[in-house]
Design a protein around this ligand. Structure first.
Ligand code: URA
Ligand code: CA
Length: 433
């Protein structure tokens, strides 16, 4: 096989065979296919697309390019949740203990990553003593005992995707549905998921800004999952404004605790119940979505969800008393209110820009080497559609410096107030199964 022939074949709109796709991914991973040929191929895919069979083959070729995690020693159906990324997205922190509390095994491998706030591990590390440096055997034992554990990323998972994603980033080929879908799905499958529940975000703070693109991506991923034997479904949820109120590491842990206690923000609670019901259903712990939702609501009411969170923290060295006394979480030195300059209604809270403001305070990493300030961040006091009076707080800025003029300016630019009443955005735009 010659790579140049395969580039021409795709350029001319033909489908690549399973063997051809395996040849390409293997050759690119081991370096025998150079970047310039791979970039020509990705550009051909960008324009000519891939059919369902090619997408499934592409995904599995990337899964097989490196290590895969074996979770077979964990009892039950392992359902993984994946979010395409948003601002102040606290769902993972809530969903893990919530679905575990009704018997769904949560074996989470998580990274730190870049972004507006830290990753799930960073957030959890705001609980004093909590750590994810556990051995594989311990990890499996904990999931079997408590139904939930989180371990740091280990092994060489999907090296083909790492290389390819970096190449796409500099060749104008990130934004291709078959490439994004296979990239995301390969990572979930390599991490051992039997079933996958996707939260595809849409709006200003999302990777996909329009509903149409978000739906296409969701459909593509669901199709791949089902074609490679992993039951997959997707919820398309709003990210035109941040989810919940808190954006920041310790602040989001507190928000997750509130939500597990039944006192969380309405949108975060609803999204967790929606995604959680699908996870419980996919794990075959309930025979209908309605039954699944009732189980989750009962677990919040009875305190079982919160108890599961405490057990989880304790099992990984964390001080579980933070759950009852959130003042033990890292606290910022200063709290400043961002006051409304006029009467009206909140019309826009541009999610990605608000996220950047949180990052400027130190809540997230701009580069891999940056350190994170777990205490700082933002807590919204108003959401889109809320009425606001001049002088009222729009949000609170938690900071470890008094020098926040630049952050304040960014926030004012991205929190728009109008005279006319604005409807609150729809939270869930659809589900794809
Ligand atoms: N996220 C990924 O993991 N891969 C992509 O290709 C795009 C977003
Ligand atoms: Ca939040």
């Amino acid at each position: 096989m010659r790579m140049v022939d395969l580039i021409e074949k795709k350029r001319d709109g033909e489908s690549l065979t399973t063997e051809e796709i395996q040849f390409i991914i293997k050759g690119y991973t081991d370096g025998s296919i150079p970047d310039y040929q791979m970039s020509a191929l990705t550009m051909a895919v960008y324009f000519q697309d891939m059919d369902d069979r090619e997408r499934a083959d592409m995904t599995m070729a990337m899964v097989n390019s490196g290590d895969t995690i074996d979770l077979t020693k964990i009892e039950g159906i392992k359902v993984d949740k994946h979010s395409t990324g948003g601002v102040g997205d606290t769902t993972t922190l809530v969903l893990g203990p919530l679905v575990a509390s009704v018997g769904v095994p949560v074996a989470k491998m998580s990274g730190r990553g870049l972004g507006h706030t830290g990753g799930t591990i960073d957030k959890l590390e705001s609980v004093p003593g909590f750590h994810v440096e556990i051995e594989n055997d311990e990890f499996i034992k904990l999931v079997n005992e408590n139904k939930i554990a989180v371990i740091g990323q280990s092994g060489n998972l999907t090296p083909a995707d790492k290389k390819l994603y970096a190449l796409r980033d500099v060749t104008g080929t990130v934004n291709s549905i078959p490439l994004i879908a296979s990239s995301i799905m390969s990572k979930k499958i390599a991490a051992g998921a039997d079933a996958i529940c996707l939260d595809v975000k849409t709006g200003a703070g999302a990777f996909m800004k329009t509903l149409e693109d978000s739906k296409s991506l969701a459909k593509a991923m669901v199709e791949i999952g089902n074609n490679v034997g992993r039951k997959t479904m997707a919820v398309i949820s709003d990210m035109s404004q941040p989810l919940g109120y808190a954006i920041g590491n310790a602040l989001e842990v507190k928000e997750a605790i509130d939500t597990l206690r039944g006192n969380g923000p309405e949108d975060l609670t609803e999204l967790c119940l929606a995604l959680g019901s699908h996870m419980v259903y996919l794990a075959e712990k309930a025979s209908t979505l309605e039954e699944a939702r009732n189980m989750l609501q009962d677990s919040i009411k009875s305190g079982k969800a919160l108890e599961t969170f405490k057990t989880f923290l304790r099992s990984q060295g964390g001080d579980a008393s933070v759950v009852d006394d959130t003042n033990k979480l890292p606290q910022a030195a200063y709290a400043f209110e961002l006051e409304a300059k006029e009467d009206g209604y909140v019309a826009e809270i541009v999610a990605d820009e608000i996220g950047t403001a949180a990052m400027m305070l130190g809540a997230g990493r701009a580069t891999k080497e940056s350190s994170i300030d777990l205490a700082v961040g933002l807590v919204l006091r108003k959401k889109i559609g809320d009425e606001v009076k001049k002088g009222e707080s729009l949000l609170t800025i938690f900071s470890n410096t008094e020098n926040i003029e630049e952050v304040k300016q960014k926030l004012y630019e991205n929190l728009k107030i109008t005279k006319e009443k604005v409807p609150a955005p729809v939270l869930i735009h659809g589900e794809i199964t």
